[in-house]
Design a binder for this molecule. Structure first.
Ligand code: FE2
Length: 433
């Protein structure tokens, strides 16, 4: 078995086990069949749970009492047990610690793990659900007719081409399946689950310092997704996503005739603010606020000015079916179950023609939720990078007279640049592996 197959096999298995174990326990294994007639009004979701880290957040999730829990993700933490020596024994401080998980394990180790897992009941259920197709995309429908919620779980990893290739994310077979799902029986609400962010394209404003994986980095593929939703004339669609280790709510108004929301919850244990000591959390929040975003939903009820949340979190969806029109409250909540960011949406807002499209824009006008990040004026788009290099330059000149410190700063900048280059090369290699 070559490296590609090894990696894919593990990615498919672990993600499948996570999702499959949640849904298979509910008894659903037919993607086209309604799983439950009971009305569903509370759904929780989450991603990025390191099994070696404390997970107190489950108390808050249990208190929320969700009828459905959606476990998202595309990478695994399960193959890493080496403790971090820099910040303590628990490896809870960010994605860079988990880099080895991208590296395929040896054939012997794969065989060893396979022999352990193949007799587990969850694996049998997963195999049954997958039905031997390539990838683990599937869908479930909950609730009585007229108040149904369809949950479409995409596989954004199995078929994905290398980052920056502008190739495919879903692959042709999954695209055909998704088209059928969107054009199938209607549902009041359709939740499309993507492990990676759909609406936000953070990389457009954090590059060249660092880049994230997202649909925004595959613009043709994302356009195709929006077009598919528009062509299906399906109303009540929104996305949920994970991956980035912070919570965020974004929306895009200019493609399907209504606002497409993407509620990101990440992660259950992994979070960006845990990468730095508590006295420096304000720096993380400042940088999140300083980094421009055209899609982020900024509301008065955000805990921080950035309207992102960098501590462990989970997503909570509450649906008031008795309201007229039906009302949705979607929040990213902390480990105490307290909302950190949230949005209230009327289901009537998620109907085609409820939002005027780009036609309302005047020439040259920049509109939030409608202009892509890549179309921002360069002085705005790259202000994080500009700030970074001005800070470095400031530190350099403030150390006049100390040749050693100057040399040290030069070395740090050089190391930073080299690390960025290696990281990018590594990401590319990982996909090719
Ligand atoms: Fe993660």
């Amino acid at each position: 078995m070559d490296g590609v197959k090894r990696w894919r096999w593990w990615a498919v298995f672990i993600l499948g086990a996570l999702i499959g174990s949640q849904f298979a326990c509910g008894g659903g294994n037919d993607s086209t069949k309604a799983n439950h007639e009971a009305l569903v009004s509370r759904i929780a979701f989450g991603s990025c749970a390191n099994q070696t880290a404390p997970q107190p957040i489950w108390d808050a999730i249990i208190k929320f009492d969700p009828q459905v829990f959606i476990w998202m993700g595309d990478n695994i933490y399960g193959d890493i047990k080496r403790p971090s020596k820099m910040f303590g024994k628990e490896r809870t401080i960010g994605p860079w610690k988990n880099v080895p998980r991208f590296v395929p394990t040896s054939q012997d180790e794969m065989n060893f793990k396979y022999h352990i897992i193949k007799n587990h009941p969850a694996y049998s259920r997963l195999r049954h659900n997958l039905n031997t197709k390539a990838g683990i995309y599937t869908s479930y429908t909950f609730g009585p007719v007229g108040r149904q919620i369809k949950i479409i779980l995409l596989d954004t990893r199995y078929h994905r081409d290398p980052l920056s290739s502008d190739g495919t994310i879903l692959g042709s077979t999954q695209w055909t399946w998704l088209e059928k799902e969107l054009n199938g029986p209607s549902s009041a609400i359709t939740i499309i689950v993507s492990s990676i962010q759909v609406i936000s394209n953070l990389s457009a404003t954090t590059g060249p310092l660092f880049y994230m994986e997202s649909w925004g980095r595959f613009p043709k593929e994302r356009d195709r997704l929006f077009q598919l939703i528009a062509d299906s004339k399906r109303n009540g669609v929104f996305f949920i996503s994970g991956d980035v280790h912070f919570g965020e709510i974004t929306r895009y108004d200019c493609d399907v005739g209504y606002a497409l929301y993407d509620i990101t919850s990440s992660g259950l244990t992994q979070a960006v603010e845990k990468a730095v000591p508590a006295p420096f959390h304000f720096v993380v929040r400042f940088l999140a606020w300083w980094t421009p975003s055209t899609m982020r939903v900024i509301g008065k009820n955000c805990r921080h000015r950035s309207c992102t949340y960098g501590q462990p979190n989970f997503g909570a969806i509450e649906i008031d079916w008795d309201a007229t029109p039906v009302a949705l409250k979607i929040e990213v909540r902390d480990t105490d179950g307290i909302p950190a960011i949230g949005v209230n949406i009327s289901l009537s807002e998620l109907q085609a023609q409820s939002v005027n499209s780009a036609a309302t824009l005047r020439v040259g006008e920049h509109q939030k939720h409608c202009s892509l990040e890549v179309d921002l004026p360069w002085i705005v788009r790259y202000r994080l990078t500009i700030l970074f290099y001005f800070s470095v330059a400031g530190m350099f000149f403030s150390t006049l007279g100390s040749i050693f410190l100057k040399f040290l700063l030069f070395a740090l900048v050089g190391l930073n640049f080299a690390a960025a280059v290696v990281f990018r090369l590594f990401l590319r290699k990982c996909k090719l592996d």
